[in-house]
Design a protein around this ligand. Structure first.
Ligand code: IPD
Ligand code: CA
Length: 256
C-alpha cells in the first residue's frame, strides 16, 4: 500500500518539476505575498496539478499545500509546489518541488526534486535516503572549521534573533550560507553537500520531507511531528551528529 504511494509520489513529483520548468527563465506574473515573499503563476499551477493528482489517486487522503492550505488529516500529503520561489522568479536555478507523505502527524516518506539538475532526493522511514536511486549519507566532517551550515531566513523572524544566532555560528567556526530553498538545504545535508541546516521558523511544506531525509541519511534532527507543527510550522535543525549539540545550543533549537 505504502509502496504504491511511493511510486505515485516519485512519478508525480518529476511531472510537477517538468511543469514548473515551462515557466523557468521567463519572469512574468510575479507578485509579492509579503516582504521578500515571492509568488509566480507557476506556484499555483504546480500546486493545482499536484492537488488534483492526489485527489484522483487517493481521494481519501488529505492535502496541505503552501498556496492553497488545507487541514490536518490522518493521511496527509504536505506539498511545496516551488520551494525557492524567489530564486525561480529571478532565474536562479536553485529551487525544487517538495512532497512529504505524513501519517498520524509523522512523515513516512518524502521527495524533493530539483528539475534543473534532474535530482530526486528521496527517503522512506526506516529504509534510508537516496539521490536518483543511489543511497546517500551525511558528510563525515566534524570540525566546525571545515563545515558549512545553511542558516535560513524569512521575514517571519526577528532581525536581532537572526543576527545573534548567526554570530554564534560564525564564532563556532562554521561557514554560514543561505541559498534560498530550505527544502534543498535539508536535502544537501542528507547528501553531504552541507553539514547542517537551521532556521528559526519553517513551514511544514518546506521541511518535513528534508528532515526525514537527514534522519534516514544518519544525521540528527529536531522533532517536527503533530498537528500544531504541521499547521503552524516551527524551528528546524538538521546536522551531522558531531556538530548537532553545539549548533542546537547556539540556535536554541532542541534535538529530538
Ligand atoms: C522559503 C524558502 C527559504 C526559507 C523560507 C521559506 P519559498 O520558501 O525555503 O529558503 O528560508 O523559510 O519560506 O517561499 O521559496 O517557498
Ligand atoms: Ca517554501
Amino acid at each position: 500500500m505504502l509502496s504504491a504511494k511511493v511510486e505515485f509520489c516519485t512519478h508525480v513529483i518529476v511531472r510537477a518539476g517538468e511543469l514548473i520548468m515551462e515557466g523557468f527563465g521567463q519572469a512574468r506574473d510575479i507578485q509579492m505575498k509579503g516582504p521578500q515573499d515571492y509568488l509566480t503563476e507557476f506556484d499555483g499551477r504546480c500546486e493545482k496539478f499536484l492537488r488534483e493528482a492526489v485527489a484522483h489517486a487517493y481521494p481519501e487522503d488529505g492535502f496541505f499545500g503552501e498556496e492553497g492550505g488545507g487541514v490536518d488529516a490522518p493521511r496527509l500529503w504536505v506539498v511545496d509546489p516551488i520551494d525557492g520561489t524567489a530564486n525561480f522568479a529571478r532565474n536562479i536555478p536553485h529551487f525544487c518541488v517538495a512532497i512529504a507523505y505524513v501519517e498520524n502527524g509523522r512523515a513516512e516518506f518524502g521527495a524533493i526534486y530539483n528539475p534543473v539538475l534532474k535530482e530526486l532526493h528521496f527517503a522512506r522511514r526506516g529504509q534510508g535516503a537516496s539521490l536518483n536511486g543511489k543511497a546517500i549519507r551525511v558528510s563525515g566532517v566534524e570540525s566546525p572549521q571545515a563545515a558549512t551550515i545553511e542558516f535560513g531566513w524569512s521575514s517571519r523572524i526577528e532581525k536581532r534573533d537572526y543576527l545573534e544566532t548567526m554570530s554564534g555560528l560564525l564564532d563556532l567556526g562554521l561557514n554560514v550560507r543561505r541559498a534560498g530553498s530550505g527544502a534543498l538545504g535539508l536535502a544537501y545535508v542528507a547528501d553531504g553537500r552541507n553539514e547542517a541546516y537551521a532556521e528559526r521558523h519553517m513551514n511544514a511544506w518546506d521541511c518535513m520531507a528534508g528532515l526525514l531525509m537527514v534522519e534516514e541519511a544518519g544525521g540528527r534532527v529536531c522533532s517536527f511531528e503533530g498537528s500544531e507543527k504541521i499547521l503552524r510550522g516551527g524551528p528546524v535543525l538538521a546536522s551531522v551528529p558531531g556538530l548537532a549539540e553545539p549548533i542546537s545550543q547556539i540556535a536554541g533549537i532542541p534535538l529530538a
